[in-house]
Structure formats: structure tokens, C-alpha cells
Design a binder for this molecule. Structure first.
Ligand SMILES: NC(=O)c1ccc[n+]([C@@H]2O[C@H](COP(=O)([O-])OP(=O)(O)OC[C@H]3O[C@@H](n4cnc5c(N)ncnc54)[C@H](OP(=O)(O)O)[C@@H]3O)[C@@H](O)[C@H]2O)c1
Length: 284
């Protein structure tokens, strides 16, 4: 079988599932779809997708079954009765969840006799199939290798490990970094207020891209000593309070501030802060 055109089934046609199915169709895969609200498949069917009447029919149509539902309980509700049909197929679960949910679902798939890949989509629906879309996968390496070209049609496909929980772990960690950035930007815009929001917004993209590399490594503390950073963070806090800006989004800055101002201030650096958030397990 030409793995470029492997038949694919997509279960779940929310905003993301529809984008996934559309990308498979566009890449030339025979595409079967199923969704609880059947009408959401209309556009896809108009473009050549096959609408399955039942989940079991949908699964039976393809060796590669991609699932993108609201959450894992929904996935197990939807697949529960039709699980046996998955035997001998590859399940690619792109539903957002925790590493433990991914591992439990991988064990469930193994009992059924299905190969399992868990995935984390690092993109929004309009990015699917476009440059800049990244999807992380973990679980069955052989399934990933077999279907990598099909999966690449959704976005750059990156395998992060055989532990099925790893894609979810990396996904949640990257989302955590994103939400940290969102909260920082929200606080920044609140700090300057509506009169200066437009001017600040024009400065933000280049500033954030210039500092992205630094935040990934924790920065070079020889150039930006921690006590200097503590003063800057203290000034952000003081200016925010003076301008009546709600302090809650500063919480992520005040944790390092307390550490940086602690008794060993001169020794504190960014790696130490990561240790502070998640102390290594002490040998017993
Ligand atoms: N949208 C994004 O920007 C984005 C980005 C990355 C990852 N994701 C992940 O992709 C997954 C799907 O997101 P989405 O944006 O497509 O969400 P969505 O638009 O809310 O779609 C949710 C999907 O789950 C189905 N569903 C919900 N409850 C159900 C139930 N009780 N029984 C059967 N089906 C049920 C919905 O079916 P109905 O259509 O019948 O309601 C729909 O297919 C999530 O895990 C999300 O975290 C989304």
C-alpha cells in the first residue's frame, strides 16, 4: 500500500478534527469521518470524505484511525462499544490530556490489539497542514515510522519517545510556557493602560522573539545577575501596585523574587528556580 495515500478515519469533527480531516483529504487520503453531530461532516463530505454511520463503521474503514475529541472521558465513551474494531489498526489520539491518561489509553489499546500513538497538537486549526504546525507523538515507534508521511500532512511530525505519556507531557509543558507568555503580555498591557496599549503592542513581537532564546535557557546570569533581576521584578511589582493593576498575574514573578531575595541571593540563578519549583527527590 502506498503509505502516502493510506486510508484515514477521523473521529471527532470539532474545530480541530475538521481541520485534520480536511488536511488528510487535501493530501489525497481516502478519508472517512464520524462525529456525534453528524452535520459537522457536511463540508468534508462535499469535498470527498465518506460519512460513517457508526463509530464501528468509521474504524473499520481505515488502518489509520485519528481521534480528536474534547477529552479522554469522551474518547472512552465514544470508542467504548466499538473498541474491538480497533484490533490490528493504528490509533493516533490527538485529544488533549494528561500523561497518565495517555498511558492508560495506550494500555487499553494494547489489550485490544491496536497500535497506539498519543499526540500533542502544537497548532490552532487554521495552521493544520501549513508551515509552522507541529505535532508531537509518543508511543509506538513502528507505527510512527509507518505513518510518518501521512502524519506530516498535518504539520511537522516529531516523535518524542516510546513512553506514550511523553507527547502529552511536552504538550502541556509547551502550553504552560505559552500561557505564561499570555499572562505576561496581559499584565504588560494592563500596566501601560489603554492609552499606550497600541504603542506597546507594536514593541512586543520583536521583544518577545528577542527574549525567547533567553527564557529557554534561563539566560546568562553573568550578563544579567540575579540580584539585578530581583530589583527589576520588584519594580514591576511596585509600579503595578501604584497603578492599581491586579497583582494575581504577577504570581509567577513573585516566586522567583522571593528566591532571589532569599538568604543565598547571590547564588540563585534560573536553574535553581526550576529546582525550587520541583525539588529533586532526595535519596532515602
Ligand atoms: N482548537 C484548538 O485550537 C486546539 C489546538 C490544539 C489541540 N486541540 C485539542 O483538540 C481536541 C479537540 O478540540 P476542538 O477544538 O476540536 O474542540 P471542539 O470544537 O469543542 O470539539 C469537541 C469535539 O468533541 C466532541 N464531543 C464533545 N463531547 C462529546 C460527547 N459527550 N460525546 C461525543 N462527542 C463529544 C464534539 O462533538 P460534537 O460536534 O457533536 O459536539 C466535537 O467533535 C481537544 O482535546 C483540544 O485540546 C485543540
Amino acid at each position: 500500500m502506498d503509505t502516502n495515500n493510506v486510508p484515514v478515519t477521523v473521529i471527532g469533527l470539532g474545530s480541530m478534527g475538521k481541520a485534520l480531516a480536511a488536511a488528510f483529504l487535501k493530501a489525497g487520503h481516502p478519508t472517512t469521518v464520524w462525529n456525534r453531530t453528524a452535520g459537522k461532516a457536511d463540508d468534508l463530505v462535499a469535498n470527498g470524505a465518506v460519512r460513517a454511520a457508526t463509530v464501528e463503521d468509521a474504524i473499520s474503514a481505515s488502518p489509520l484511525v485519528v481521534i480528536c475529541l474534547l477529552d479522554y472521558p469522551t474518547l472512552h465513551d465514544v470508542l467504548g462499544g466499538a473498541g474491538a474494531a480497533l484490533a490490528g489498526r493504528t490509533v493516533v489520539n490527538l485529544t488533549n490530556g494528561t500523561p497518565d491518561q495517555a498511558r492508560e489509553t495506550a494500555a487499553w489499546a494494547a489489550e485490544i490489539g491496536a497500535d497506539y500513538l498519543d499526540g500533542g497538537i502544537m497548532a490552532v486549526p487554521p495552521m493544520i497542514g501549513q508551515p509552522g504546525s507541529l505535532v508531537l507523538y509518543s508511543g509506538s515507534r513502528s507505527s510512527f515510522d509507518q505513518h510518518a508521511r501521512a502524519l506530516d500532512g498535518l504539520g511537522a511530525a516529531q516523535f518524542v519517545g516510546a513512553d506514550p505519556g511523553l507527547a502529552s507531557l511536552y504538550d502541556l509543558a509547551l502550553l504552560s510556557a505559552m500561557y505564561g507568555q499570555f499572562s505576561g503580555v496581559s499584565h504588560a498591557l494592563a500596566l501601560v493602560g489603554p492609552d499606550h496599549a497600541e504603542a506597546l503592542s507594536a514593541l512586543l513581537p520583536s521583544w518577545l522573539s528577542a527574549t525567547a532564546g533567553l527564557s529557554a535557557t534561563g539566560g546568562d546570569d553573568s550578563d544579567s545577575p540575579s540580584d539585578m533581576q530581583a530589583v527589576a521584578i520588584g519594580n514591576i511589582s511596585a509600579a503595578s501596585t501604584a497603578q492599581g493593576v491586579h497583582p494575581d498575574l504577577l504570581g509567577h514573578l513573585l516566586i522567583p523574587l522571593r528566591a532571589l531575595l532569599g538568604p543565598r541571593a547571590a547564588d540563585q540563578d534560573f536553574p535553581t528556580l526550576i529546582t525550587l519549583l520541583h525539588p529533586p527527590t532526595q535519596p532515602t
